[in-house]
Design a protein around this ligand. Sequence first.
Ligand SMILES: *Cc1c(COP(=O)(O)O)cnc(C)c1O
Length: 221
Amino acid sequence: MTIASQIDSIRQKLPDSVRLIAVSKQVPVEAVREAYKAGIRDFGESRIQEAADKQSQLQDLPDINWHLIGHLQANKAAKALELFQWIHSIDSLKLAQRLDRIAGEMSRSPQVCLQVKILPDPNKFGWSVPELLTDLGELNECQHLKIQGLMTIPPLGLDEEQILEFYNSTRELADKIEEQNFSQIQMRELSMGMSGDYHLAIQAGATMVRLGQTLFGSRKG
Ligand SMILES: *Cc1c(COP(=O)(O)O)cnc(C)c1O
């Protein structure tokens, strides 16, 4: 299977309304070029340094949207704003406020998602549902961030039915937030679904799926 044929076969399974984000972490730039040639314009990276290295080798491809999908350390906020149009992994009020301040200083307005943990998961970053609901008022004051929706990753070990329920709960949470009509908080995007479970995420209403291994082959380590 080539990357191009894999992309084609995945595309046929995705509704037109779902944006395919090709997760290129640990993938060489040649493979990114192949995906680009096959029409991909959205790429996801987890680490700032790796993204910077890759982007410097891909400067001839100017119309890529880069998506940060991994945890962002506070001291790398400015660098993240230089490198990424989208940040899916805003995972605390403190990070949101810091990013907002720096975005203002840099005259940027990044599109962001709020990373939420629908189920408790000590191995992941993100808001618990009650914490997120508490912080919405202050998030709404982040004038420079374009808050577009929620991002989530299910904990390991769930069966298909539980994963579907998990993703459905995420959509229901987004609906509940939307009903509060915050001026600065949109809930039009649901960033959910990876190689193993994107069919379930789409069933639950995902608008962006983040696919790595099913496009590029398995990562080591
Ligand atoms: C690595 C990663 C993905 C892609 O996972 P695959 O199993 O390779 O599809 C998606 N989302 C996040 C947050 C990731 O870190």
